[in-house]
Design a binder for this molecule. Structure first.
Ligand code: HEM
Length: 332
C-alpha cells in the first residue's frame, strides 16, 4: 500500500499542504519570536516530505483526484467530510483469502464431474491455466472409474435413483438365505464363497454323521485302552499267517468279523465300523480282501497303521504256505 500510494500522495496531506506551506513561509521570514499555532504537526510534515526519495514510483498527482462534488452530494463539512474523502481515496480492502474453485457454470454451485470423455487432465499444470480437471477421488486408475459408476459427488441417500452405472439395491426376502451348502439353493446362496477363492473338489466329500460316542476321539480312547480286545481273537493269541482262503471267510457277514489287508497286514476292522467317518458300508467294501488300493484311492493321508494297531490279526501269506502259525518276529 505504501509503495503504490506513498504518503506524498495521501489526500490528507493535500489538505494540510496549504498550512504547511504557510508555516514554511513563516519560518523563511525569519521571525523566530512568532510561535506557530501547531508547531508539532507542521514540523513533522516538513521533516517527512524530504525523506521520500524523488525516484520512488508513485501514482502521478493527476491520478489522485479528490472526488468531484456534485450538486447531489450533501455539503461536506470539517472532519466528517475529510474522513469521507480519505476513505474514498484509499483502495478497497482485499477480499478475505479463500481458494476459489473454477466454476464454469454459475447455475450449478456444487462441483460435478464426469468420467469417460478423456477431458481429465493429469499432467500437473496449474489449475488456472487449464480446464477444470476431474477431482482426485476416485483415483484415475480405480475400479470405480473403470466401471463408469462415477457420475457425481458422493451421495448421502442410501438408494439413489436408478442409473445404469450404479448398483441396484439388494432385493430383500423375509427370511435370510441360509440353506445348507448342499441344498438346492447352494449355487445362488449369498453366503457361498466366491468361486475364485476355493477350488471345487473333484469328488464331493462323503463323510457320514457318526452316532454319538463314535467320534475319532472316542476311537482313539478305545484303541489305546489296554483292556480292550479289538482283534476278535482269544486273548494272548499270537499273530497268525492268513492265506487268501482264510481272509475270504471274514467279510463281516454271517456273524463273523471283517478282516482286510493293508500293506500286507491283516486287520480286524469290525470294531472300527461304527467309527469310520466314511461310513460302515464304505469300510466294508474292503472286507475279506486286500483293501490297500481302495484305501489309497480315498484317503492316502490317513495313518492306518497307528489307528488300527490294536486290531492287527497277522500277516497275509501265499495260499499253501504251511509253515503254520507264526509271530511277527518270524516275519522280520
Ligand atoms: C480299513 C481301514 C480304514 C480306515 C482306518 C479309515 C479311516 C478313515 C478316516 C480316518 C477317515 C476320515 C478322513 C478325513 O477326515 O480326512 C475316513 C474317511 C473316509 N473313508 Fe475311510 N478308512 C478305512 C478304510 C476305508 C475304505 C476301505 C473305504 C472305501 C472303500 C473308505 C472310505 C472312506 C470315505 C469315503 C471317507 C470319507 C472321505 C471324505 O471325507 O471325503 N475308508 N476313513
Amino acid at each position: 500500500l505504501c509503495y503504490r500510494h506513498p504518503p506524498k500522495s495521501w489526500a490528507c496531506f493535500q489538505w494540510l499542504r496549504p498550512s504547511i506551506e504557510s508555516g514554511a513561509e513563516k519560518h523563511s521570514g525569519g521571525s523566530l519570536s512568532t510561535a506557530p499555532e501547531k508547531p508539532s504537526i507542521e514540523h513533522k510534515e516538513l521533516e517527512i516530505e524530504p525523506s521520500i526519495p524523488e525516484n520512488t514510483p508513485s501514482i502521478p498527482k493527476t491520478e489522485i483526484q479528490l472526488p468531484i462534488i456534485t450538486k447531489a452530494d450533501p455539503p461536506l463539512s470539517n472532519h466528517n467530510a475529510k474522513a469521507d474523502l480519505d476513505r474514498k481515496a484509499m483502495p478497497p480492502p482485499p477480499p478475505p483469502f479463500q481458494k476459489q474453485l473454477p466454476l464454469r457454470n454459475p447455475q450449478a454451485p456444487v462441483p460435478t464431474f464426469t468420467v469417460g470423455n478423456g477431458s481429465a487432465n493429469n499432467d500437473g499444470q496449474e489449475e488456472d491455466d487449464e480446464e477444470p480437471s476431474a477431482p482426485s477421488f476416485p483415483a484415475m486408475n480405480s475400479a470405480q472409474r473403470a466401471a463408469g459408476g462415477v457420475s457425481g459427488p458422493p451421495r448421502l441417500n442410501a438408494y439413489p435413483q436408478s442409473s445404469p452405472g450404479l448398483m441396484a439395491p439388494p432385493t430383500r426376502s423375509p427370511l435370510p438365505n441360509r440353506g445348507p451348502p448342499g441344498g438346492s439353493s447352494s449355487l445362488s446362496s449369498s453366503l457361498a464363497p466366491p468361486p475364485t477363492h476355493t477350488s471345487i473338489p473333484a469328488k464331493p466329500r462323503r463323510k457320514v454323521l457318526l452316532t454319538p460316542g463314535h467320534s475319532p476321539l472316542d476311537w482313539a480312547r478305545l484303541s489305546s485302552s489296554p483292556t480292550a480286545n479289538l482283534r476278535g481273537l482269544p486273548a494272548d493269541t499270537p499273530y497268525i499267517r492268513v492265506p487268501p482262503s482264510l481272509l475270504k471267510q471274514y467279510t463281516g457277514r454271517k456273524g463273523k468279523d471283517a478282516w482286510t489287508v493293508l500293506g500286507g497286514k491283516v486287520y480286524n476292522i469290525s470294531p472300527y465300523v461304527p467309527y469310520h467317518p466314511g461310513g460302515g458300508p464304505e469300510l466294508l467294501k474292503a472286507a475279506g480282501r486286500d483293501g490297500t488300493k481302495l484305501f489309497g484311492e480315498v484317503h492316502p493321508w490317513v495313518n492306518w497303521e497307528g489307528m488300527l494297531e490294536p486290531c492287527l490279526v497277522g500277516i497275509v501269506v501265499e495260499e499253501g504256505d504251511k509253515r503254520g502259525e507264526s509271530t511277527l518276529d518270524d516275519m522280520d
